[in-house]
Write a protein that binds this ligand. Structure first.
Ligand SMILES: Nc1ncnc2c1ncn2[C@@H]1O[C@H](COP(=O)(O)OP(=O)(O)OP(=O)(O)O)[C@@H](O)[C@H]1O
Length: 369
C-alpha cells in the first residue's frame, strides 16, 4: 500500500494516491498548429510538432524523452469548476501519456480479455468527497455502462480506472483497481503500465487535426519511440482502422489531415489511435454525446464488434445506448450533496426491466436526471 497524500487521515488502511507526483517527469511539448481546422480549442495544449509532417514527430532514436506537460487545466478546474471539460488538455495529454508508454510487451499481451475490478473506491477533489466506497466488477469481453445523473461521479470513477484522476493536483483517492487481479495502484506497478493497458476515448473527438490520418493512428508508437518498419506500420494502421470501423471510409486518403474528417469519423480515428497501442480495456466517456445519430450508431456498432477483443467501460447519459451496447450496467447516484455511490448494478436487461431499487426505476424511466 502506498500513502502519498494528506487524504491518509480519512482512510488510513487503504491505498491513497495523490496528485501529479506519479506523473512522468521528463517533458517534451508537442504543439498543435494554431490554424487547425477543427476544434483547435480542445487540443491546443497538446501541441503537435510542426506542421505534423510524419518525420517531425519521430522520437529521437533510442530516446525516451517524449512526455506530457503538467496538467494546467486540471488545476484550474480544481478551483470550484463544476464539471471538467472532457477534452481538456489534461485529457489529451494523458492520452498521449498512455500512448507514450506503450511498449512491445503491450502488443504481446493483446488478445487476452481482461477483467477490471474496482474495490472500495472513494475519491476527493480537495476536501470534497465525490465517491464513497464504490465497488464494481467489469467483466472481461463485455461492455459495462455507467449511468446516473450529472455530477454523481461517473467520469471520476472512469478516470480512476486508468489512473487519470491523479492528474488533477487536488485529487486523491482510496481503494483498489485490479486488472486481472493486479492492483494498478500497487507501489510496485508503473503508472505508465496502467495507462498503456487501459486506454481512453473522450467525449469530444480529439485527433491531431493537421496530422495525417495515418500518422494520427500511429501517433502513440512514435511518441513511445517504438520502432516499426514501414510494412509493420502499414499493417497496424490498417488493422486499427478496421477495428475502429473507419478503414473503408479513409483507406484512399490516409495522407489527408485527421481534422478533415467528420466528427463521427474523427471519434473513430481516436478509437483507432487508442487501439493501436493494444489496450486490454477501453474506457469511453460519453463517446457519442457530440455526435449525430448516424455517427452514434456507427460508433455503437464498432463497440459491439470491439468487445470481442477489448473489455469496454462506457459512461453514457443515453439510456437507449446503454441498453443497445452494454451487457452490464451500474447506476451511480449522489443525492443531496453526498458523495456518489452505486445504487444498483447488474445485467443491463434486468436493470432496465426489473430494477430492484426504486431510484433506479425512476432514473431509467426518465423521471429524474
Ligand atoms: N477537476 C475537478 N475539480 C474539482 N471538482 C471536480 C473536478 N472534476 C469533477 N469534479 C466534481 O466531482 C463531482 C463528480 O463529477 P463527475 O464529472 O465525475 O460526475 P459525472 O457523473 O461524470 O457528471 P456528468 O454526467 O455531468 O459528466 C462533481 O461534483 C464535480 O463537480
Amino acid at each position: 500500500m502506498t500513502t502519498t497524500s494528506d487524504a491518509t487521515a480519512r482512510d488510513s488502511d487503504i491505498t491513497i494516491v495523490h496528485g501529479p507526483a506519479a506523473f512522468p517527469a521528463d517533458i517534451t511539448t508537442v504543439e498543435t498548429p494554431a490554424e487547425t481546422p477543427v476544434d483547435a480549442s480542445d487540443i491546443t495544449t497538446v501541441e503537435t510538432p510542426i506542421e505534423a509532417e510524419p518525420s517531425a514527430v519521430e522520437t529521437p532514436a533510442g530516446s525516451d524523452i517524449t512526455t506530457v506537460e503538467a496538467p494546467i487545466a486540471a488545476s484550474e478546474k480544481a478551483e470550484g469548476a463544476e464539471k471538467p471539460d472532457a477534452t481538456s488538455s489534461a485529457d489529451a495529454e494523458a492520452e498521449i501519456a498512455a500512448a507514450r508508454v506503450a511498449a512491445p510487451a503491450a502488443v504481446a499481451a493483446a488478445g487476452q480479455l481482461a477483467m477490471l475490478e474496482a474495490h472500495n473506491i472513494s475519491a476527493w477533489f480537495g476536501d470534497h468527497k465525490v465517491l464513497d466506497h464504490v465497488s464494481l466488477t467489469m467483466e472481461a469481453g463485455q461492455v459495462t455502462a455507467l449511468i446516473g445523473p450529472s455530477g454523481c461521479g461517473k467520469s471520476t470513477f472512469l478516470r480512476i480506472l486508468n489512473r487519470m484522476h491523479e492528474l488533477v493536483p487536488t485529487a486523491s483517492l482510496a481503494g483498489e483497481v485490479l486488472i486481472d487481479g493486479q492492483d494498478i495502484y500497487d507501489a510496485s506497478k508503473k503508472l505508465t503500465d496502467a495507462r498503456r493497458a487501459i486506454g481512453m476515448v473522450f467525449q469530444k473527438p480529439n485527433p491531431f487535426p493537421a496530422m495525417s490520418i495515418y500518422d494520427n493512428v500511429i501517433a502513440g508508437l512514435k511518441l513511445t519511440g517504438i520502432r516499426a518498419s514501414r510494412d509493420e506500420k502499414d499493417m497496424l494502421v490498417e488493422s486499427s482502422l478496421i477495428r475502429a470501423g473507419l478503414w473503408k471510409e479513409v483507406k484512399d486518403r490516409l495522407r489527408n489531415p485527421g481534422g478533415g474528417l467528420s466528427g463521427g469519423q474523427q471519434q473513430r480515428l481516436c478509437i483507432a489511435r487508442s487501439l493501436a497501442v493494444q489496450p486490454r480495456v477501453l474506457l469511453m466517456d460519453e463517446p457519442c454525446s457530440a455526435l449525430d445519430p448516424t455517427s452514434t450508431r456507427v460508433i455503437e456498432e464498432t463497440m459491439i464488434e470491439l468487445q470481442k477483443e477489448v473489455t469496454i467501460v462506457i459512461v453514457t447519459h443515453n439510456m437507449q445506448q446503454a441498453q443497445r451496447v452494454s451487457q452490464n450496467c451500474a447506476f451511480f447516484l449522489a443525492s443531496q450533496g453526498t458523495p456518489g455511490v452505486i445504487v444498483e448494478h447488474g445485467e443491463t436487461e434486468a436493470m432496465f426491466s426489473e430494477p430492484q431499487d426504486e431510484r433506479t426505476f425512476d432514473y431509467v424511466n426518465g423521471r429524474f436526471g
